[in-house]
Design a protein around this ligand. Sequence first.
Ligand SMILES: Cc1cc2nc3c(=O)[nH]c(=O)nc-3n(C[C@H](O)[C@H](O)[C@H](O)COP(=O)(O)OP(=O)(O)OC[C@H]3O[C@@H](n4cnc5c(N)ncnc54)[C@H](O)[C@@H]3O)c2cc1C
Length: 381
Amino acid sequence: MMTVNLSFWEKEAFFKEVDVLIIGSGIVGLNAAIAIKERKPQFKVLVIERGVLPIGASTRNAGFACFGSMTELLDDLSTQQAEKVWALVEKRWRGLQRLRERLGDDSIQYRPWGGYELFRPEEKESYEACQDHMEDFNLALRSITGLPATFDNRDEDLEGFGFGGIQHLIYNQGEGQIHTGKMMAQLLALARERGVEVYNGMEVTKLETSVDGLSIRLKNEWQLKAHQVIVATNGFATQLLPELQVRPARNQVLITEPIPSLKIKGTFHYDRGFFYFRNVNDRLLLGGGRCLDLEGEETDTFGLTTHIQNNLQELLNTVILPNTKFQVAQWWSGIMGVGKQKTPVVERLGPHLSVAVRLGGMGVAIGAQTGEEAAKVVLDG
Ligand SMILES: Cc1cc2nc3c(=O)[nH]c(=O)nc-3n(C[C@H](O)[C@H](O)[C@H](O)COP(=O)(O)OP(=O)(O)OC[C@H]3O[C@@H](n4cnc5c(N)ncnc54)[C@H](O)[C@@H]3O)c2cc1C
């Protein structure tokens, strides 16, 4: 491909004297840019993105506005200090309120329909552990969600949903769902309204320190300069910064054609959250199954595999929609950034370089604060 150099005019008008350049226009990158512009309106803030759209996780996720199912919390409490676990729950809860306030419930199609966790007969032990902890959890959550009982048993809803092979349901009153695409479109519009410049089709291949800032090399051989750079590329972070403790984790997702008789409403967690599904109006969205091939799915390459697709299809046929006619309309995949620790990495790596990555499966909830924390790291040192 022929390389076209930047003209003098282009350099002067678009890329000169950049105060902060953010790599990646996902939920974190855009929130960081907005937060910087709000505090420093005079700054030239650029977001550069390799995709035509922000193609990573933010426009490809399931849109669960969630802060932890009971089995997820029990699992976290078995590996981390209780204080840390509840602090993260609070962060997720507050993050969701912040996202809703900032963008507006209507524009992100927030629906407060609650979330359910499904239990099969063979998950008796896990279900009983949830029963043993429900009262304590509700007590701990009272000061966070303000709800008298965040979790409760809802076996009576089983018949209406028509699931196959499910024995118990635990309901989470505080969970909701959003329209992921509309949320990101709204966030992009807000960033532009605040004066953030967003450029697409710009893939960064290398970062190099120079005397007065950082030099950013692009795939098309352009070279930009910025005083401060934030890497917000999440699951792709080690492509630029191999030393970071972030691993990619692919997730495969499907959505059905509209199902006029669909009774399922809300967000649903199955098999300890390895599978998740929800209604999108009268369609059913299902994703996950990474547990079926953890090694194969530790990849930052988009794609679908027959093994996981067959399993998701089987789950629809036997558990989720056993007595309903449906057709799968579309499949896609997204890449998350995960690590041993379930917290994002937001830190300064050098005088001109910071990172905000490793959002796991929590980006809808904590993406806004993570972006704001990155802005703080850059502006306050
Ligand atoms: C299928 C799926 C379902 C999920 N479901 C939920 C859910 O229901 N609820 C929830 O809270 N979270 C969910 N998540 C997680 C959530 O989507 C992420 O935590 C969040 O979107 C991460 O945002 P981000 O901005 O850090 O990263 P991303 O959205 O991945 O953004 C990173 C951006 O960087 C760009 N980029 C990468 N490399 C370069 C480069 N070299 N140069 C320029 N640009 C580059 C990418 O194109 C991308 O747009 C899910 C994730 C997936 C994949």
